[in-house]
Design a protein around this ligand. Sequence first.
Ligand code: PLP
Length: 403
Amino acid sequence: MTVASASREELAIHGGSPVRKTLLPYGRQSIDESDIQAVVETLRSDWLTTGPKVVEFEEAVAAWVGAKRAISFSSGTAALHAAAFAAGLHPGDEAITSPLTFAATANCVLYQGATPVFADVVPDTLNVDPQQIASRITPQTKAVLPVDYAGHPADLDPILELAERHGLVMIEDACHALGAEYRGRRVGSVAQMTVFSFHPVKHLTTGEGGMVTTDNPQFAETLRRFRNHGISTDARQRQSTAQWYYEMVLLGFNYRLTDIACALGLQQLKKLEENLARRRHIAERYIAAFRNMPGVLPPRVRDDVNPAWHLFPIRLDLNRLSASRGEVFQALRTENIGVNVHYIPVHLHPYYRDRFGYKGGEYPVAETAYESLISLPMFHGMNEDDVEDVIRALGKVLSHYEK
Ligand SMILES: Cc1ncc(COP(=O)(O)O)c(C=O)c1O
């Protein structure tokens, strides 16, 4: 045994003691007494759904991101579906998006009977490459759907410019990026429609929930109808004007967010700035610690953005390690660090392979990145010891496998 290997700590996966006694998840909500009180008050009120809290929450989110309008939905996925509908996607149309995302981004195009077309990502941020988008625009292209991967905004201006030049609707999937800034503007105020998610691992939660922000009044009207069966007025509007008559004007869904959820969202919104600051602090600690740690490549941050850090995806420098991503992943899990992987590129899922004939190799930058990606725990409720545990566990595992 060499001196170097003798000084290495024994990994938990080999019988050593784990860095932590309990599992630290990769993401988790923070709920305090004020959140619980807000929900309880709404439960005691006249409105459980589509009441005053929905309007209040929508107006608060619109004001916070700097958009004229916000329309809430029962999930980020429902919000994406509605945005795809409002963009006018139909069978025969195409929409261009990133392969390195959650399947819902591309699925919303399929819901409309249209075809998702993928464009590869750039190697630094792993966001969709505007030049790759440009090369995939055809007469059938109707929309472009950049994703703010991990909370780092996509390169929005060149994509917006392409959308304007080709008459496309730009729907930004900002489900990772509430609070992120691009060239001094908050995400939510840049694209024609921006989609957010309020799932528990996000910056703000309503349990399940989503939102579309837009400045465009026609999009806003269509989005509101689409989430309510395609009906032109909601129950509260009819009650306030003492009318029973309504008309269904398009084929919509029940994608409404409840007043109960919006009461929670309003309370969570008050803590958003603080939560973002906390996530940014954790990211800074990680980046500083990993600067001189062999085998790890921390996420790159461009100068013109301020990320919201939904995720903290590192890439492993596998040339410097004697283990695969899978082995490092298992070793970290056994140290009780709840790592994850974001994402299997969408076109490699069996459904997409079977339906569109993808075989792998089509999007080399996304596919290569995927092979080495691991998401470390990142949520605003992590304390300093939690952050230290992650850094220590990664150092322990990587020094064990260092070549
Ligand atoms: C990039 C992206 N888009 C869309 C969604 C769907 O959001 P939801 O889970 O609220 O439906 C997610 C979910 O995490 C996501 O990560």
